[in-house]
Design a protein around this ligand. Structure first.
Ligand code: NAD
Length: 493
């Protein structure tokens, strides 16, 4: 079993306190690697290395075109290592190899896109209203960035956060989830091979309340960018406020997938299945609330049950597996407890409703794809994020009611709308409060398209041109070219 070390200042280094955590393969249910259990001293070393890189190292002197060249080299390296990185992700989080390989082959696009933006970060000359002043703005890197990520797509989150931060000229310290850190530690070696100066990209691993919290408190961290649960996000937001850090949060959701009776039922059913059962439901954008028009509810539900019944559970490395294991033991228990809650609340279980066990499912962390109907909007299963393969079906009469139910949530990450009526598509997509709305599609994500949540689903945007602003500060500079001295120095100029 391989033992990993932190990646700090361009080198792999042992954790100061000499402790490691087993990383469990969720399919086999066995440890397969060890990651450092970092603490405050490791966080401090990494932040100091990042601060040194930003303020006095070669990174500080590099122009944006040179930064971009390194990013392009890194993109090529990720592409060349896509299969290996995907396999590591599968070992750590149990998601399907086919999905993770696709993610790894797509990942370089973030580096290329933001490399393209790096030398287009410009200020403005403001045609200022004050006489004899030249006034301009500069966009400066915000400072050292702490990037704290979740376990479901570790390297995708590295791309979303770090490509934009590095293009902006920042240095980063990544703290991946303790459940899935190996891919980020391996990725660090590609950053080194690409030729980035030491300290630009650092990785410290361990528990959130230890090394993660130390990063959030560190006085030399200017910005925290976080992907994870809303409970942890709220804690980090409050904690970061103590030192006035900038914060971006990518949090959870309870996304409505709204199916109207004028939709293409085959496409809609496939979209609903993909929305809730892909990645075993462990995605922030899971369409976990199916809102279906009452006129087609029975027939549509039957179609979904048939499709979900045919989903094959098994080894995530195998190309014919549709549903892999749940990534972590606590998550597995949480999903089962929500299934119990739904049953107690009176939701009717049409499919699944418990653990999946068989000799081909060795690790003991599989859950049957589960469909509940007769769900009402007050039930916890309709309001709280399960983060598992559990679909709640709620009926509605008309467009107005669909919008009202869709927005009856604290979350606002994503939504789906299935209709052939384009007028309805525009009306509903603009009325739903969510950062992303998909019409007649679901789970489409691109480096070009801003992604983020409204309401409790987060603050800020990743991907797209907007994302670079999350890592920049605007500085306003005023230069007087007047020889006159103001007559009254006690008033505003
Ligand atoms: P989590 O909140 O438990 O952990 C996320 C990260 O925060 C981990 O690295 C963890 O170690 C760290 N952490 C925990 N406590 C901390 C603390 N006190 N200080 C600093 N860091 C701390 O989330 P998770 O279980 O890893 O991920 C699942 C959640 O992530 C779900 O709610 C899901 O919706 C959300 N998510 C959101 C997006 C998005 O882009 N919006 C994407 C994927 C997942």
């Amino acid at each position: 079993m391989k033992r990993y070390n932190h990646f700090i200042d361009g080198q792999y280094v042992e954790p100061v306190e000499g402790a490691w955590i087993d990383s469990i393969d969720p399919y086999q249910g066995k440890p397969w690697a060890q990651i450092p259990q970092g603490g405050a001293q490791d966080a401090d070393r990494a932040v100091k290395a990042a601060a040194k890189a930003m303020h006095s190292g070669p990174w500080a002197k590099m122009n944006a075109t040179e930064r971009a060249r390194l990013m392009l080299r890194l993109a090529d390296l990720v592409e060349q290592n896509a299969d290996r990185l995907a396999e590591i992700e599968v070992r750590d989080n149990g998601k399907l190899f086919a999905e993770m390989r696709g993610q790894m082959l797509y990942h370089p696009n973030w580096w290329r896109y933001f490399a393209g933006l790096a030398d287009k970060i410009e200020g403005r000359v403001v045609p200022i209203d004050k006489q004899d002043h030249f006034a301009y703005t500069r966009q400066e890197p915000v400072g050292v960035v702490a990037a704290i990520t979740a376990w479901n797509s570790p390297l995708l989150f590295v791309a979303w956060k770090c490509a934009a931060a590095i293009a902006a000229g920042c240095a980063v310290v990544v703290k991946p989830s303790e459940f899935a850190s190996v891919s980020t530690l391996e990725f660090a070696d590609l950053v080194r091979q690409a030729g980035f100066p030491p300290g630009v990209f650092n990785v410290v691993t361990g528990y959130g309340h230890e090394v993660g919290s130390a990063l959030v408190d560190h006085p030399d961290v200017a910005k925290v960018t976080f992907t994870g649960s809303d409970a942890t996000g709220a804690r980090i937001y409050a904690q970061a406020a103590q030192s006035m850090k900038r914060v971006s949060l990518e949090l959870g959701g309870k996304s409505p997938n709204i199916v109207f009776d004028d939709c293409d039922p085959v496409a809609a059913a496939s979209g609903v299945i993909s929305g809730i059962f892909a990645a075993t439901g462990q995605t922030c954008i899971a369409g976990s609330r199916l809102l279906v028009q009452n006129s087609i509810k029975e027939e549509f539900t039957k179609r979904l049950v048939e499709l979900a019944t045919s989903a094959k559970k098994g080894d995530p490395m195998s190309p014919d597996t549709n549903i892999g294991p749940v990534t972590t033991r606590p998550q597995y228990e949480k999903i089962l407890s929500y299934i119990d809650i739904a049953k107690q609340e009176g939701a009717r279980c049409l499919l699944g409703g418990g653990p999946a066990t068989s000799p081909e499912l060795p690790g003991g962390q599989f859950v049957e794809p589960t469909i509940f109907t007769d769900v009402t909007t007050d039930m916890r299963i309709a309001r709280e994020e399960v983060f598992g393969p559990v679909l709640s079906i709620i009926g509605f009469e008309d467009e107005e009611e669909a919008i009202q139910i869709a927005n009856d949530t604290i979350y606002g990450l994503a939504a789906g709308v299935w209709t052939k009526d384009m007028g309805r598509a525009f009306r509903v997509s603009s009325a739903v409060k969510a950062g992303t709305v998909w019409v007649n599609t679901y789970r489409a994500v691109s480096y070009m398209m801003p992604f983020g949540g409204m309401k409790h689903s987060g603050i800020g945007r990743e991907s797209g041109i907007e994302a670079i602003n999350e890592y920049l500060e605007t500085k306003s500079t005023w230069i007087s070219y007047s020889d006159a001295v103001p007559a009254n120095p006690f008033i505003l100029r």
